[in-house]
Write a protein that binds this ligand. Structure first.
Ligand code: SAM
Length: 235
């Protein structure tokens, strides 16, 4: 049988899962990540959980196809409601918006108990997730970028801790100064925000003006980060 191949995004996440982990993959959909890790002999236990029955059926089907369905616990329900804290030491929440990942963590405060390693991969609104983590007793211990089908995605490792992030870091990444894709990521954020400012400038109200000013502050912070990134590359 052919080997199960992960996309670059899932492959990076897989490479960050420690040998012998007890994994909970939240929003698992096809369960490619837990199935791949189980086939590689890297997991002691795995929970594959999803909010919806359709994705969970797909997850079970992947497990059956690859002969590991009986070694993975498939669970249906929202976020981490399906997992007891002592069942997992590694929690992956990937492939969702940053605000959804933040809401899932907010509903499971035990994820900040210092006993869990969180591997988080927001598809959009990463800054909302970084803000939530900084404000709620988590620290990002590692962050990297991965390019998947032409799009750049941040991947974060987080756990209990304290961190203060600058405006630039909230939007441009917590530790991407040395990432080879860091400059590209900053440019993408700047372009997106410039477009937002152009939209806000078309508005006439006080609110639009205030949001345009805030957004310009973020752009300025990101431009400064680009300078930092350049210096870090020269060292
Ligand atoms: C795009 S898929 C991501 C699949 C996989 N994690 C990945 O990164 O490729 C998003 C999945 O998250 C599930 N999902 C969305 N919100 C959720 C929540 N609050 N709790 C659990 N699963 C959720 C969806 O049903 C869907 O299957």
């Amino acid at each position: 049988m052919k080997q199960l191949e992960l996309t670059p995004r899932l492959a990076l996440l897989a490479s960050w899962v420690s040998e012998g982990a007890r994994l909970a993959d939240i929003g698992t959909d096809h369960a490619y990540l837990p199935v791949w890790l189980m086939l590689a002999g890297r997991l002691r236990a795995a929970i594959a959980s999803d909010l919806r029955a359709g994705p969970l059926d797909r997850a079970r089907a992947t497990g059956k196809t690859w002969g590991v369905a009986d070694r993975i616990d498939f669970r249906l329900g929202p976020g981490l409601d399906t997992v007891a804290p002592e069942e997992a030491d590694t929690v992956v929440i990937a492939g969702m918006g940053g605000e959804t990942i933040a809401a899932i963590l907010a509903a499971a405060p035990w994820t900040a108990d210092g006993k869990h390693r969180l591997l988080l991969q927001p598809m959009t609104r990463a800054w909302e997730l970084r803000t939530f983590l900084a404000d709620n007793g988590y620290a990002i211990t590692r962050e990297a970028l991965v390019r998947d089908r032409g799009t750049l995605y941040p991947v974060m490792e987080a756990g209990a801790g304290k961190m203060t992030l600058s405006l630039g870091q909230l939007h441009g990444g917590a530790g991407l100064t040395r990432d080879p894709l860091g400059d590209r990521y900053l440019i993408e954020q700047i372009v997106r925000l410039e477009m937002a400012v152009a939209g806000l400038n078309r508005g006439t109200g006080e609110k639009s003006r205030a949001r345009a000013d805030e957004t310009r502050d973020v752009i300025t912070a990101l431009l400064a980060m680009r300078e930092e990134w350049r210096h870090a590359q020269c060292r």
